[in-house]
Design a protein around this ligand. Structure first.
Ligand code: TZP
Ligand code: MG
Length: 225
């Protein structure tokens, strides 16, 4: 499957971000605004409810022709019949996930170092989520903040890894810094294929408008250059 990673929406159902709104409605608004791929991420939900929500989200993403991936949970992805999973370094490894998932399933991997990125490419990841780009209240682990400089080093390593693989940057990306993030990655041998965003879209008053503004900025020459 060709993946359009340019505006990658990661969901969050915590009250500070979703603000009591309905997740499916917010995701549909973001799809109307132009997000190109969706990851359902919920660290606190029980399995049954997560499968139910994944199935509801899948009906919506399918209507927009956009793939849906599940964070962490290969079992939920299988039960809901979605397009794939996004796995961190502490989740099931790619080899085991590939044994369980259909052959055409998408597997994305989080990488915060050259070693993690090289291993994920060697093991057959379809794309990498590289970060954390900037400190963010959405994920409070400060140990893996790599910034634009760290991201560029990982991009160089991926370019030399011998197999083309998509890369998105994640962490603290918003409408004010998205052009800088994309522009700065262009000087690496391999640039970013997109940006992954949680709060700048999910917590926005108007998620459709926020997504549409991202699309416009992603596709325009940087206004600061
Ligand atoms: N992984 C690294 S940072 C992050 C995840 C899931 C959260 C990013 O959230 P936001 O709101 O886009 O900064
Ligand atoms: Mg994880």
């Amino acid at each position: 499957m060709h993946l359009n990673l340019s505006l990658y929406l990661v969901t969050d159902s915590t009250p500070a971000i979703l603000k009591g709104r309905d997740l499916c409605t917010v995701v549909e608004e973001a799809l109307k605004g132009g997000v190109t791929i969706v990851q359902y991420r919920d660290k606190k939900c029980d399995t049954g409810l997560m499968i139910e929500t994944a199935k509801k989200l899948h009906k919506i993403t399918q209507a927009y022709g956009v793939p849906l991936l599940i964070n962490d949970r290969v079992d939920v992805a299988l039960a809901a019949g979605v397009e794939g999973v996004h796995l961190g370094q502490d989740d099931m490894n790619i080899t085991e996930a590939k044994k369980l998932l259909p052959t055409d399933a998408v597997i994305g991997i989080t990488a915060s170092s050259i070693e993690e990125a090289q291993r994920a490419v060697a093991e057959g990841a379809d794309y990498l989520g590289v970060g954390t780009m900037f400190a963010t209240p959405t994920k409070k682990d400060t140990k893996s903040i790599i910034g634009t400089a760290g991201t560029k080093i990982i991009l160089e390593a991926i370019a030399d890894a011998g197999r083309p693989v998509g890369v998105v940057s994640i962490g603290g990306i918003n409408l004010s810094n998205v052009q800088r993030v994309l522009y700065q990655s262009q000087s690496a041998k391999k640039g970013l294929d997109g940006v992954a965003v949680v709060s700048a879209i999910i917590a926005a008053e108007d998620p459709r408008e926020a997504a549409a503004k991202f699309v416009k900025r992603i596709n325009s020459p940087p206004s600061f250059a």
